[in-house]
Design a protein around this ligand. Structure first.
Ligand code: TYD
Length: 208
């Protein structure tokens, strides 16, 4: 039986997940003395990092079904090689994206169906569900402006239009409504410090 705790951070591109995840890990580790490991999806282990390069490559043709299966394959390896052993050791794992990303991006926005994508992901993860999911909610237009400001080249998914990200945002809201015990929705327009406090507050009931 796994005794550790799995936490995930979700949201559309540009919502600030990575900054929040870094802050939460630092606080829980330094202030609460928790053994916590930050991993990102797709990636975290060698096979998944290579799949990450494939799915993000703007020059590659990747159909929706292949895309869903690639993310699921990367996830399967990450769960088996990294997450499960950490949870078995009693550690906490904070994941920057997990199954809900596939449900929102591939299931809803790519139109593959949330139930169908959930089915392949249940297979991929052996049914591993996070104890808590922090959802950063942000208007897709604001997220697009933030990414524009960052000035980085867009990967294959980031190059999609606002309609795509609106569908993802709506799908995330639907997932959060369906599982209020697991999800905590955070306002991504908050300043970095306030957002971190809100994130930590949303985890407080899980702390030892
Ligand atoms: P992201 O966390 O945005 O990486 P980065 O911040 O370094 O760009 O994730 C990469 C992209 O993959 C992002 O556009 C969301 C997408 N994605 C899916 O479509 N499905 C998934 O299951 C996952 C994990 C990510």
């Amino acid at each position: 039986m796994a005794t550790g705790t799995l936490i995930t951070v979700e949201g559309i591109d540009g919502a600030g997940k990575t900054t929040l995840a870094g802050g939460v890990v630092r606080s829980l580790s330094e202030q609460a003395g928790i053994d916590i490991h930050l991993l990102r999806e797709p990636g975290g282990v060698e096979l998944a990092e290579r799949i990450r390069d494939l799915v993000k490559d703007p020059s590659l043709k990747v159909g929706g079904r292949a895309e869903a299966l690639l993310y699921a394959a990367a996830r399967a390896e990450l769960v088996e090689e990294a997450i499960t052993p950490l949870l078995l050791s009693g550690a906490w794992v904070l994941l920057d994206r997990y199954v809900d990303s596939s449900l929102a991006y591939q299931g809803a926005a790519r139109g593959l169906g949330v139930e169908e994508v959930l089915a392949i992901n249940s297979f991929a993860t052996g049914g591993l569900v996070p104890a808590r999911t922090l959802l950063l909610r942000l208007d897709p237009a604001i997220a697009a402006a933030r990414m524009e400001q960052r000035g980085e080249a867009k990967d294959r998914l980031e190059a999609e239009g606002e309609a795509f990200f609106s569908q993802i945002a709506d799908a995330y809201d639907g997932l959060a409504d369906a599982e209020p015990e697991r999800f905590r929705v955070l306002d991504a327009t908050l300043g970095q410090d306030e957002l971190l406090l809100a994130g930590l507050d949303a985890l407080s009931d899980l702390l030892p």
